[in-house]
Write a protein that binds this ligand. Structure first.
Ligand code: ARG
Length: 462
C-alpha cells in the first residue's frame, strides 16, 4: 500500500531516516484547503482538455467535496508516511474514488507547481488578515490622538529633550509607518496574484491544459505564470512577504520600546491597564509591560525568519530544488506570531492611560525652547549663526544657575546679547512653540488636526 507519488522506478521503499527527514506534512497540512481548491480547478481543465468525461469530473468533484469535509472536521489527516500535504490528499482521494478515477488527477501537474500556487494563496489570505489587524491598531492610535489633541510632550532626538511636540503628532507618526506597512501588503498582494499552476515540474504540460482557466478559478487576478521555470522556482514572493512582516515587527518594536520607557517610574507618561500587564512571582509590587517586551522580542524572531529564508534561496540553481521545502515554516511562523501579537498589542494601546500633567511638565524641560529663541532672533534680522551662539549662551547661563530659560531675567538676557529684548519671552512657552510650527507636517495643533483628517480618510479606504 505505497502512498508515494514516485515509487515506480524504485525497488525499495524509503529508509525510515529519509522518511523522517523528508516529511513536511506536519507543517504543510495547513495548505490542505488550498490544495483541494487547486485540485477542483485542475479537474475542470482536465475535463476541458478531454482527459476526464463529464461523469468523471462530476464524481471527482464529489470526492473532493467529501475529502474537504473530512479534512475540516479532522476525520482525515496526513501521516508521516504521506510525506507532504499533496501526497496525503491524493491518498484521501484514492481511498474515496478508487485507483481508477482517483489516479487520473495527477496528470499534468506536479507538486512543484502545486505547492508554489497554494503557498501564494495561503499567504495572500494572511496578508489580508494581518492588514486588517494593522488597521485595528491604527484606529486605536488615531483614537489616542483624537482623545488628546492638545497634550504637549518632550519631543526627543538621541533620546534627549529636543523640541516640544504634540502627543497626537507623535502617535500619528507611528500611524504613518503602519500605513506604509499596510500599503506594502496590498502592493505585494497585487504582485502575487499570478498562478504557477500548469507549470508542471518546471517545463509546463504536454496535455493541452489551460493554466489561465485555473488561475481565474483560484482567484489569481493577473492570470497564470508567464514562465513555467520561474513559476515553480521563484520564491521572491515569500521573501518579500517575510520582509514586510519583519518590517511590521520592527515598527511595532519601536512603539513597544517607547511604551516600556514611558511606563517607567522615572518617565511616568503612561499607565498600563491591569488586563494588559503582568506581575512578578517574587516582587509583589511589580506591574510589567510584557506585551510591549514580547513585541520587541518577536521582532527579532521575524527578522530571523527573513534572513534564514534569504540564506536558503541564495545561489539556488533553477528550477525546483528540495531546499525550497524550507521556505514554509519561517513565514508560517511570521504569520502566526503577528496574528497572536497584534490583537494583544492593540488592546494594550487601547487601554493605555496618558499622564497629561507629567508630559506637559517635562515638555519645556531640558531647554527644549532654545531653538525658538534662535528662530525669534532670526526674525529680528540676526543671522542664524549668531542666533545659534546667543541661544547657546542662554543655555550655558541657565545650566550654571540651575534655572530654565524662562527664568532668565531681562538683565541677564540683555547681558548675553543686545538683541535679546524682553519680547523674547513671547516664544518661551510650549504652546507658543507648538503653534508656530504650523506648516504641513508640523506639530502645531492646526497642522496635526489637518494630518488627523487625512489619516482618517486614508484609513476609511485602506
Ligand atoms: N513538499 C515539497 C515542498 O514543500 C513539494 C514537493 C516537491 N517534491 C519534489 N520531490 N519535487 O517544496
Amino acid at each position: 500500500n505505497d502512498v508515494r507519488l514516485w515509487g515506480g522506478r524504485f525497488a525499495d521503499g524509503p529508509a525510515d531516516a529519509l522518511a523522517k527527514l523528508s516529511a513536511s506534512v506536519h507543517f504543510d497540512w495547513r495548505l490542505a484547503p488550498y490544495d483541494i481548491a487547486g485540485s477542483r480547478a485542475h479537474a475542470r481543465v482536465l475535463h476541458k482538455a478531454g482527459l476526464l468525461t463529464a461523469d468523471e469530473l462530476e464524481r471527482m468533484l464529489v470526492g473532493l467535496d467529501e475529502l474537504e469535509v473530512d479534512v475540516a472536521d479532522g476525520s482525515f489527516t496526513g501521516t508521516i508516511a504521506d510525506e507532504d500535504v499533496h501526497t496525503a490528499l491524493e491518498r484521501g482521494l484514492l481511498e474515496r474514488l478508487g485507483p481508477e478515477l482517483g489516479g487520473k488527477l495527477r496528470a499534468g501537474r506536479s507538486r512543484n507547481d502545486q505547492v508554489a500556487t497554494l503557498f501564494r494563496m495561503y499567504l495572500r489570505d494572511h496578508a489580508r488578515i494581518i492588514g486588517g489587524l494593522i488597521t485595528d491598531l491604527q484606529q486605536v492610535l488615531v483614537g489616542l490622538a483624537t482623545a488628546h489633541p492638545d497634550v504637549a510632550m518632550p519631543g526627543r532626538t538621541h533620546l534627549q529633550h529636543a523640541q516640544p511636540v504634540l502627543f497626537a503628532h507623535h502617535m500619528l507618526a507611528h500611524v504613518q509607518a503602519l500605513s506604509r506597512d499596510a500599503e506594502r501588503l496590498r502592493q505585494w498582494d497585487e504582485r502575487t496574484a499570478v498562478s504557477p499552476y500548469g507549470s508542471g515540474a518546471l517545463a509546463g504540460s504536454s496535455l493541452g491544459l489551460d493554466p489561465e482557466a485555473v488561475a481565474a478559478d483560484l482567484g489569481f487576478e493577473h492570470g497564470s505564470a508567464a514562465n513555467s521555470i520561474d513559476g515553480t522556482a521563484s520564491r521572491d514572493f515569500v521573501a518579500e512577504f517575510a520582509f514586510i512582516t519583519a518590517m511590521i515587527g520592527v515598527d511595532l518594536s519601536r512603539i513597544a520600546e517607547e511604551v516600556i520607557i514611558w511606563n517607567t517610574k522615572e518617565f511616568s507618561f503612561v499607565t498600563l491597564h491591569d488586563a494588559f500587564s503582568t506581575g512578578s512571582s517574587i516582587m509583589p509590587q511589580k506591574k510589567n509591560p510584557d506585551i510591549a517586551e514580547l513585541a520587541r522580542g518577536k521582532s527579532g524572531r521575524l527578522i530571523g525568519n527573513l534572513t534564514g529564508l534569504l540564506a536558503t534561496l541564495k545561489a539556488l540553481p533553477l528550477a525546483y530544488n528540495r531546499d525550497l521545502q524550507e521556505d514554509k515554516e519561517p513565514v508560517f511562523d511570521s504569520c502566526d506570531q503577528l496574528e497572536i501579537l497584534l490583537p494583544a498589542f492593540t488592546g494594550m494601546m487601547e487601554t493605555l492611560t496618558i499622564n497629561r500633567e507629567r508630559m506637559e511638565e517635562l515638555a519645556p524641560a531640558g531647554f527644549s525652547l532654545a531653538t525658538d529663541v534662535a528662530e525669534w532672533l532670526v526674525k529680528q534680522g540676526v543671522p542664524f549663526r549668531v542666533a545659534h551662539e546667543v541661544a547657546g549662551e542662554c543655555v550655558k547661563v541657565c545650566e550654571a544657575e540651575g534655572i530654565e530659560l524662562d527664568e532668565l531675567t531681562d538683565d541677564q538676557f540683555a547681558a548675553i546679547s543686545e538683541h535679546l529684548t524682553p519680547e523674547v519671552r513671547g516664544v518661551l512657552s510650549v504652546h507658543g512653540a507648538l503653534a508656530a510650527r504650523n506648516g504641513r507636517g508640523g506639530t502645531a495643533p492646526s497642522a496635526v488636526a489637518a494630518q488627523l483628517a487625512e489619516v482618517r480618510e486614508d484609513l476609511a479606504v485602506q
